[in-house]
Design a protein. Structure first.
Length: 84
């Protein structure tokens, strides 16, 4: 979803896309502790909501990161993908 949606985020600068990704990741990871542990909600849909928001945030970050380092060459992208 995020990789397909990357083409729709053309109106945002790469920095803004990273901010959006960080917000989605923060909200996605905050849902279980806040709603389950603090408020005591037992709704199973919050798991899907949490995973969905975290996954979209990660997907936006990944695609933006690879597109920003693309001018540095194919070798740089290969090392970035490998995590070295």
């Amino acid at each position: 979803v995020a990789r397909l949606g990357h083409s729709f985020l053309v109106c945002l600068e790469p920095r803004d896309r990273i901010y959006l990704a960080m917000v989605l990741m923060a909200v996605g990871t905050a849902i279980p502790p806040v709603f389950t542990f603090a408020l005591g909600y037992q709704w199973l849909g919050q798991v899907f909501l949490s995973y969905g928001m975290s996954g979209i945030g990660l997907g936006i970050f990944e695609v933006t990161f690879l597109s920003v380092i693309a001018p540095l060459g194919k070798g740089t992208k290969s090392w970035a993908i490998l995590g070295a």
